[in-house]
Design a protein around this ligand. Structure first.
Ligand code: PEP
Ligand code: MN
Length: 333
């Protein structure tokens, strides 16, 4: 829209878009208001819209994803929930165990997270395990314990939802819904987490391309939920010195293509506790908007992913190091 175009003109444009059988989505920016027209390409639509009063120009969005694209919204998106802010210059840290295992474990670790200056508490209650014989999570009891840990600390709870049928239950306890790597292309789940209205942490599938990743985010955005964080958690390559390969070029690449914040998971990305802090520092140096890190009071005894968990002391050390890197690259941590 032209700068200063009145609401009545905006409404006219929206009405016209809808008459063309397209969906409209209004993005109010600092410099101008953009109306995205979403749907299949329509002959003559560009000309029809271009002649409406108040319209500055009509630009076809070239990227296959639309609402996620910087072509539609240039200003970076910041996702904020409780004390956790991720994006637009704010570096949000989420830490906690791979799985919620007991009341003592999650409360103890929540205080470690809080005292170290992080704002998000992670912990899986519904766990996607490669083997059906591994610990599958505490389910609803785990969610109750996460909510208790939030009450005690004020941390924002980030936890995975594995199935569309569980969204209502998990959303009743969580502050951020995590969609796991294995579910990145589970479209009914993406739609359901979008409709929950809660912020979503979408993890990259280990074999997904950037376009597939951004189109998965687009499924969530299309529901009208704009609080989506993208999470690079490592991809499958021929390398076997690490559990996955953590490609950090993802961070600046995504910053060019999308306004959505980018979180890095150096825990699953490496699978080795000794590599987590160096890759966390590197992620911050690359401009990551957030980190999600696995920590455990006693990694040797963890019921899942203990080999990649930091001890509380190692986590505090990592936080101190990341704070220096954040300051050096102009991020507020
Ligand atoms: C996790 O965060 O514990 C997890 C299972 O991650 P991912 O989906 O990236 O494997
Ligand atoms: Mn894990």
């Amino acid at each position: 829209m032209k700068p200063g175009a009145k609401q009545a003109l905006l409404d006219q444009v929206i009405e016209h878009i809808e008459q063309l059988d397209l969906r409209s989505h209004v993005i109010v920016g600092t410099e101008c208001t953009v109306v995205a027209a979403l749907g299949e390409k329509r002959d003559g639509a560009k000309q029809a819209l271009e002649t409406l009063e108040g319209v500055e120009k009509v630009v076809p969005i070239l990227a296959p994803y639309k609402m996620a694209s910087t072509e539609v919204k240039k200003e970076p998106t910041c996702v904020t929930v409780l004390g956790l802010s991720v994006g637009a210059g704010r570096l949000g840290i989420i830490a906690g165990p791979c799985s919620v295992e007991s009341r003592d474990q999650i409360l103890e670790i929540a205080h470690v997270v809080k005292d170290a200056g992080a704002a998000g508490l992670r912990g899986g209650a519904f766990k996607p395990r490669t083997s059906p014989y591994s610990f599958q999570g505490m389910k609803e009891k785990g969610l109750e314990l996460l909510a208790e840990a939030r009450k005690a600390t004020g941390l924002a709870v980030v936890t995975e939802v594995m199935a569309k049928e569980h969204v209502e239950l998990v959303a009743a306890y969580a502050d951020v819904l995590q969609v796991g790597a294995r579910n990145m292309q589970n479209y009914p789940l993406l739609e359901a987490v979008g409709e929950s209205g809660l912020p979503v942490l979408l993890k990259r599938g280990p074999s997904a391309t950037m376009d597939e990743f951004l189109l998965a985010a687009e499924h969530i955005l299309k529901t009208g939920n704009s609080n989506v964080m993208l999470c690079e958690r490592g991809i499958r390559t021929f390398e076997d010195h690490t559990r996955f390969t953590l490609p950090l070029a993802t961070v600046p690449y995504l910053h060019q293509k999308t306004h959505l914040p980018v979180v890095v998971d150096p825990s699953h990305g490496t699978g080795k506790a000794s590599l987590v802090a160096p890759m966390a520092r590197a992620a911050v140096a690359a401009g990551a908007d957030g980190l999600i890190v696995e920590i455990h009071p006693n990694p040797d005894k963890a019921l899942s992913d203990g080999y990649q968990a930091l001890t509380p002391a190692a986590f505090r050390q990592m936080m101190a190091e990341c704070r220096k890197v954040a300051a050096a690259v102009g991020l507020e941590m």
